[in-house]
Design a binder for this molecule. Sequence first.
Ligand code: ADP
Ligand code: ADP
Length: 230
Amino acid sequence: MVILSVKGLKKYFTMGENIVKALDGIDLEIQKGEFLAIVGTSGSGKSTLLNMLGGMDNPTSGEVMIDGHDISKMSRDELTICRRRKIGFVFQNYNLLPLLNVYENIVLPIKLDGIQPDDTYIDTILKLLNLESKKYAMPNQLSGGQQQRAALARALAAKPTIILADEPTGNLDSKTSQDVLGLMKVSGLKLVQTIVMITHNEEIAQMADRIIRLEDGKIVKGGADDVESR
Ligand code: ADP
Ligand code: ADP
């Protein structure tokens, strides 16, 4: 089942006299249950693509369908609701609130949505991420890897349709990166089922099921036409 599909996606930025073609005709289908890595050098369009997949910004043209909904046609308000319900974001910088403990950080987005947190489910997540003993720790008492796992727990707890991860291991050393990504893969595929990650780290990308490579806003490997690399 295709959970996320992109057709003819373009995103152009106007910089004074110049037009930057950040995305220049992207076609992509992501299956439910898939862990996809998007790689490419700096400036190739990775962040822009992830922003479009997450409905953070409107495309210049083209279509982005999440779970049967065309997010490129939604109003700002519809987009905000869709993003909150369907997408779990994980960032390079964790973005944990420093004055809240791990548990409070995890439940905050759920509570802001007016939903009572499911503590049994949260304990399951903490266990899967090897964070049980850190439930009441403050972010500044955690290592980078633990902070990223807490951020991942927060994303999972909202029961999204898909996890979008932006350089999730960008601030971690090589060993920690592999550990965190291994846990992200297992927990994400078990609880959410679909993960899209951008990274410029080739070793980390290898842990995904499929890798697509961007160059100058185009997919050069692993896209819809590239049967060989599947
Ligand atoms: P990557 O994440 O692969 O480093 P980006 O998606 O950030 O690449 O950027 C792709 C291209 O689009 C780059 O040339 C970048 O400078 C440009 N770009 C990205 N966002 C903007 C923006 N908001 N305004 C203008 N140019 C942008
Ligand atoms: P990374 O490659 O680590 O993702 P980037 O520097 O490419 O970081 O982009 C980080 C964010 O800044 C992106 O979301 C992008 O939209 C924005 N951005 C990138 N280039 C520009 C630019 N030239 N002008 C404005 N915003 C930009």
